[in-house]
Write a protein that binds this ligand. Structure first.
Ligand code: NAP
Ligand code: MG
Length: 399
């Protein structure tokens, strides 16, 4: 059989621990037998990041900007214990943070649904994708504990000396105040990433804030989204048969719970922090959650939402067998290959991505899965180890 050809390389960002082991197995068993794989390889494994003074992370992000599609393995974010374990020169920053900053991107997280593992919310039939704004608000606040009676004010002093002043509160006794901010440029990038992603997956986009209460701050988010939609995306949305829908955050929560799923829900930073954990947990397992970073100019970086599964890796190093779920990492590959296929007009490559996902889902739906999923399954199935699971998918792909 002839292998599927590629024209532009994928940016391949290798990673750490158990997911690095899965990475190699996925490529060997599920991809290279069928695809003449073209990648520009960057080793983001912690050892190599340290050797290159983290330059490799920056280079890989530049490559993602250049080529437009990347696939990333989970990576260790060093802490004090890792500095010791790997003898690091310094506590390097999170690669995901570095890449997100360079792409100015937004992360979209979506669960993969399978038969037998039903969402806690009965009505959900399709995935709900959460998009969280990743700048400012309460995560970059300044706070004061007010010791006693006195006036708290907000003061803006422009570079030209202009002053804008407002009373926050006339305190009669002790209390607290908080100042938060955001930037038109950051909100605009967030909006562009959301509209771009909605078009790329052809799903409706919802956006919610609390603009009735926060008439200037949250209202600015609402206005920026509305302006960008009208100016740059309305026509494309109508042509794609999808809609942009704004509603209040509390109304959105009620609608999300009553919905059947199948849309993207964009939210401010704090709302996203809270709601993404709610959505992920209600859908089932972190090992079934995909993640894609989308830049405002339409570059895509695909990965699994989970980490490097350290506990399994230590068992693997001792020669013990593990049942680590590779599904989200497989879907990172299929997502990236499909997007590469779309951008390069390669129907075969897109079709292969579909086949790989179908073979994976069919395997699970036939009752073969790793232990984390088996534990959640309604019919009490027996879990298999990682390699048995991957071989089972490989057999379906070959058949
Ligand atoms: P983790 O790797 O996501 O694993 C936490 C636990 O969740 C595992 O011990 C395992 O539970 C379960 N789990 C996660 N993924 C699984 C899978 N594919 N199959 C089966 N079980 C799975 O999180 P962590 O242990 O907190 O972090 C480990 C390392 O990953 C850290 O160094 C962190 O910096 C890094 N990290 C990287 C990323 C990223 O690159 N995107 C994201 C998060 C964390 P059981 O042990 O109970 O089986
Ligand atoms: Mg959180």
């Amino acid at each position: 059989m002839e292998k599927v050809r590629m024209t532009t390389p994928l940016v391949e960002m290798d990673g750490d621990e158990m997911t690095r082991v899965l990475w190699k197995q996925i490529k060997e068993l599920l991809i290279t037998p069928y695809v003449e794989l073209k990648t520009e390889y960057y080793d983001l494994g912690l050892k190599h990041r340290d050797e290159t003074d983290d330059q490799v992370t920056v280079d890989s992000a530049r490559a993602a900007l250049k080529y437009g599609v990347a696939v990333k393995c989970a990576t260790i974010t060093p802490n004090a214990q890792r500095v010791e374990e790997y003898g690091l020169k310094q506590m390097w920053k999170s690669p995901n943070g570095t890449i997100r900053a360079m792409l100015d991107g937004t992360v979209f997280r979506a669960p993969i649904l399978v038969n037998g593992v039903r969402p806690t919310v009965r009505t959900w039939e399709k995935p709900i994708t959460i998009a969280r704004h990743a700048y400012g608000d309460v995560y970059r606040n300044s706070e004061i504990r007010i010791p006693g009676a006195g006036k708290a004010e907000i003061l803006f002093t422009g570079e030209d000396g202009q002053e804008i002043r407002q009373t926050i509160f006339d305190f009669k006794g002790p209390g607290i105040v908080q100042g938060i901010h955001n930037l038109d440029s950051s909100i605009s990038s967030f909006a562009h990433s959301c509209f771009q992603y909605a078009l790329s997956v052809k799903q409706d986009l919802w956006f919610s804030t609390k603009d009735t209460i926060s008439k200037t701050y949250d209202h600015r988010f609402k206005d920026i989204f509305a302006e960008i939609y009208e100016k740059d995306y309305r026509n494309a949305f109508e042509a794609a048969g999808i809609t942009y829908f704004y509603t209040l955050i509390d109304d959105a929560v009620a609608r999300v719970v009553r919905s059947r799923g199948g849309f993207i829900w964009a939210v401010k930073n704090y709302d996203g922090d809270v709601m993404s954990d709610m959505i992920a947990t209600a859908f089932g397992s972190l090992a079934m959650m995909t993640s894609v970073l989308v830049s405002p100019t339409g570059q895509f970086e695909y990965e699994a939402a989970h980490g490097t599964v350290t506990r399994h890796y230590y068992r693997y190093l001792k020669g013990e067998e593990t049942s680590t779920n590779p599904v989200a990492t497989i879907f990172a590959w299929s997502g990236a290959l499909r997007k590469r296929g779309e951008l390069d007009g390669l129907k075969d490559l897109q079709a292969f991505a579909d086949r790989l996902e179908k073979a994976t889902l069919d395997t699970i739906n036939s009752g073969v899965m790793t232990k984390d999923l088996a534990l959640l399954h309604e019919d009490g199935v027996q879990g298999v180890n990682t390699l048995e699971f991957l071989n089972s998918i490989a057999a379906r792909l070959a058949g």
